[in-house]
Design a protein around this ligand. Structure first.
Ligand SMILES: Cc1cc2nc3c(=O)[nH]c(=O)nc-3n(C[C@H](O)[C@H](O)[C@H](O)COP(=O)(O)O)c2cc1C
Length: 292
């Protein structure tokens, strides 16, 4: 159970330490750290970021320090924090995810695992694990079997039926679902007549994706009984409240942090002000309010 429903989104808040001098990060509901892989990764070739209308396309390519360094360098710091830290994990095979979950199990300073299933499944020709209910369920079951930590499964919007994937991961034992990850996008630099990003395509995030994320959260919250965490273009308290009304019981703030590093705290304070103004005693009064 979180102290409040505002979390940071993976890949947009580093390991939390980078922001601790900017505002009191201990006030947040939870911090989700950068995507973590078994081995350290240098990420994709430049460029890795392109700004679009109301959005951002990134192809960072999971640059991270690897699970061993994370355990050695970051978790001792997190263990002294009041705010829970959730480790986001990424793999190329089901076994990668299981190994990561096992390594993180029982380590002080880690309160949960968020499974990024937007990664290419190397054994299935590179399709995202989360594009298909069966592979999404296989990853979920393998992670659950390898850890006693709470497991959040983060869905990709790059699938034809997100509810089917949500139901499959819930049945496979997920404790909660977070959504959405980025949408596949491209930016072409017309002066060089080539895609700007080194990896050609990337993931679109920011206000441009909020209506899509909201519709998907609404759909998934109607399909599963486990908690749903909304993410996608949340920059202000009003955005977060829309996600609660769609059925999310918590939210994550991502890209907004790049233009306003205090965005997660601003969103939290704005939610509290809204609740006070509207005479709302408990956030549960808002959750699913738009569903009846
Ligand atoms: C630069 C960048 C890096 C990201 N890295 C990860 C990651 O490592 N793992 C992950 O699950 N999601 C990652 N995401 C996706 C975000 O956590 C979030 O799901 C997405 O950006 C939508 O939310 P937003 O519009 O609030 O940013 C990343 C997003 C951005 C912009």
């Amino acid at each position: 159970m979180l102290a409040n429903p505002v979390m940071t989104a993976s890949g947009t808040f580093g390991y939390g330490t980078e922001y601790s001098h900017i505002f009191d990060i201990q006030k947040l509901g939870a911090i989700v750290c950068k995507g973590t892989t078994i081995e350290p990764r240098e990420g994709n070739p430049q460029y890795r970021l392109a700004e679009t209308a109301s959005g951002l396309i990134n192809s960072i390519g999971l640059q991270n320090i690897g699970v061993k360094a994370l355990i050695k360098e970051k978790t001792p710091i997190w263990a002294g924090w009041r705010v829970p830290v959730i480790v986001n994990i990424a793999g190329e095979t089901v076994d990668d995810y299981a190994r990561l979950a096992k390594e993180l199990d029982g380590i002080a300073g880690i309160s949960g695992i968020e499974v990024n299933i937007s990664c290419p499944n190397i054994k299935a020709g590179g399709a995202e694990f989360g594009a298909n209910p069966d592979s999404a369920a296989r990853v979920t079951a393998a992670v659950k079997a390898a850890t006693s930590l709470p497991v959040l499964v983060k869905l990709t919007p790059n699938t034809s039926d997100i509810s089917k994937v949500a139901i499959a991961v819930a049945e496979a034992g997920a404790d909660a679902i977070s959504l959405i990850n980025t949408l596949k996008g491209m930016y072409i630099d017309i002066t060089i007549r080539q895609p700007l990003l080194g990896s050609k395509t990337g993931g679109l995030s920011g206000p441009a994706i909020k209506p899509i994320a909201l519709a998907m959260v609404y759909e998934v919250a109607g399909a599963v009984r486990i908690p749903v965490i909304g993410c996608g273009g949340i920059a202000a308290a009003s955005d977060a409240i829309e996600f609660f009304m769609a059925g999310a019981s918590a939210i994550q703030v991502g890209t907004a942090t790049f233009t306003n590093p205090r965005a997660p705290l601003d969103v939290l304070e704005g939610i509290e002000q809204f609740m006070e103004k509207e005479g709302i005693k408990d956030i549960t009064e808002l959750i699913g309010a738009a569903r009846s």
